[in-house]
Design a protein around this ligand. Structure first.
Ligand code: MSP
Length: 524
């Protein structure tokens, strides 16, 4: 069912030295949901995630733990980062680690190509470096330290002292790309989204670009510069290239042509690397720039960006152990406008779980299935003549499906879920209004009862399909309860862009008992 339209989407590759927290989980489930949506729409989809394993940060963390950097990253990736994908029910197609030979060799090939094309030169460098960011800091992000760091210059993001580095480095001629980048943002207005992110990038590039130091010689935990073995490649250049090396850059032209270019979803903290440096690197190598970069906001806990270093990190399992993976996915993706910051609180999570998932969607599913079991011996009834009220439900379903798909095209997962939720609300109202339990009391209204319950079941069929990219586990349960798996096949094979059509669920299908999709949660 592949349409041929390629859709390649990536998460940032994470530093394994930080334990996964809900911020990392947020990016990952957003990308997974977008990928699932496109995959289920028949697009030729590929989702990539992975880990960023080189650099000084990793080297120091390994040393502090008394192991080699390779042992350190192997342990963390296996014990923490692979399991995160299970915890969050992520269906990635590939996982790249920057210490894999498939990556390292191609990175060398890429920087060699930049050298051969005249975009790299040797120079001297002296500047303040933040190991937390793995970046030489611009003026605007350097502040005076306080407390134990009084009298020192610290990083505005990490609040840790900066280090003055003086080295002979290789430089990439980033400054040569200013005009071409501005032209790109102009001709492809959607290259950077949302609008606020685009404006920030444009004004940053307008203010002038400096050449970028792309090698380090003070330590050796990295990929060796191919023409000078005393240098390793700057960790951000190494990391950004994962998006290309993972899909065959340099070794598999067919795969590369099929997948590239990608859409990148990143937190706004790393927007400039993706929207400025990365397209310039690709231009220099003569490759296509990405199809787009979408920057989402930060998860705030107690008003601050959540991070491990600030001790506000919450592990995704703390949430999934109590509420399940679907609730995690639903909560973060629906409660926060994708592209803006959002505050996390347990109270908000619990309240939405109860109102929207348990009472809204879950209860709609349970009572509809239970009424079919009770009044029609578990067989989905044949609908009779439709009234205006029934037709209105059909229109709501069609509109919701079209609006959700349009929202996903804009990367607005939150708006897509809001559009789909109009079906939940409308069906709950429809059942209250039509009172099937009253219709069931009178044989004369049996046909009407059938129409009402068919409408509820068919609405649930559409909901299962539309919500499956967001909540794969509970929609799968619902799909089986509706008896749809037998008559219509697997849920993930149901074409998403046709989900709004009416009359898909076959009368005569047999429903199965449905335990609560979102069980009551015992509060500690
Ligand atoms: N390794 C680099 C990225 C290289 S990509 C070529 C890096 N890694 S990271 O482990 O720090 O993860 C960064 C990403 O995690 C952010 O861009 C963002 O997507 C996610 N988040 C980390 N903290 C977050 C929040 N508090 N809120 C939302 N997302 C957060 O940077």
């Amino acid at each position: 069912m592949t349409s041929g339209r390629s859709f390649y989407i990536t998460t940032p590759i994470y530093y394994p030295s930080d334990l996964p927290h809900i911020g990392h989980g947020y990016t990952t489930v957003a990308v997974d949901t977008l990928a699932r949506w496109h995959r289920q729409s028949g697009d030729d989809t590929w989702m990539l995630t992975g880990t960023d394993e080189h650099g000084q940060k990793m080297l120091r963390a390994a040393a502090a733990n008394g192991v080699t950097p390779q042992e350190w990253v192997d342990k963390l990736v296996t014990e923490s980062w692979f399991p995160l994908l299970e915890t969050l029910d992520v269906a990635n197609d590939d996982f790249i680690r920057t210490t894999q030979p498939r990556h390292e060799e191609r990175v060398q090939q890429f920087v060699q190509a930049l050298l051969d094309r005249g975009y790299i030169y040797a120079g001297e460098y002296e500047a303040l470096y933040c190991v937390g960011c793995e970046e030489f800091k611009p003026e605007a992000e350097i502040v005076d330290g306080t407390g134990p760091f009084e009298g020192l210059k610290v990083c505005a993001i990490h609040s840790k002292p900066l280090e003055l580095l003086q080295e002979k480095n290789y430089f990439f001629k980033l400054s040569e790309f200013q005009d071409r980048l501005l032209e790109l943002y102009k001709t492809e207005p959607d290259f950077v989204r949302p609008e606020s992110a685009r404006n920030e990038v444009v004004s940053f590039v307008r203010s002038g670009l400096k050449d970028l130091s792309i090698s380090r010689s003070a330590f050796d935990w990295g990929i060796t510069v191919p023409w000078d073995s005393s240098h390793v490649i700057y960790v951000w250049v190494d990391a950004l290239l994962n998006y290309a090396t993972a899909v065959g850059y340099g070794t598999d032209p067919e795969q590369f042509a099929r997948r590239w270019p990608a859409f990148h979803v990143v937190g706004k903290d790393i927007l400039r690397f993706h929207a400025v440096i990365w397209p310039a690197m690709l231009m220099a190598a003569g490759l296509d720039v990405p199809r787009g970069v979408f920057a989402h906001g930060w998860l705030l806990v107690g008003g601050e960006k959540m991070s491990k270093s600030k001790l506000t990190g919450i592990a995704p399992t703390e949430i999934t152990d109590v509420f399940g993976s679907d609730a995690y996915r639903f909560y973060f993706l629906s409660a926060i406008a994708f592209g803006q910051d959002g505050s996390f609180s347990w109270e908000d999570l619990s309240a939405r779980y109860q109102a929207e998932l348990a009472n809204g969607f879950g209860n709609l599913a349970s009572r509809s299935v239970a009424m079919i079991a009770k009044y029609f011996e578990g067989v989905v009834p044949e609908p009779g003549a439709y009234t205006e009220g029934d037709l209105s439900i059909q229109r709501i379903v069609a509109d919701a499906a079209a609006n959700a798909d349009a929202a996903v095209e804009r990367f607005r997962i939150d708006e897509a879920i809001a559009a789909i939720w109009t079906i939940v609300d409308a069906l709950n109202g429809y059942i209250t209004e039509n009172e099937p339990w009253a219709l069931a009391k009178d044989e004369a209204t049996r046909e009407r009862l059938g129409t009402v319950l068919y409408t509820a079941a068919e609405g649930l069929r559409a909901l299962a399909v539309l919500l499956s990219p967001v909540m794969p586990a509970s929609t799968e349960k619902l799909w089986h309860a509706l008896g749809a798996a037998e008559s219509l096949g697997r849920l993930q094979d149901q074409p998403l862009r046709e989900a709004g059509a009416w009359g898909v669920l076959r009368p005569g299908s047999t429903v199965q008992a449905l335990s609560p999709l979102f069980p009551r949660v015992e509060q500690a």
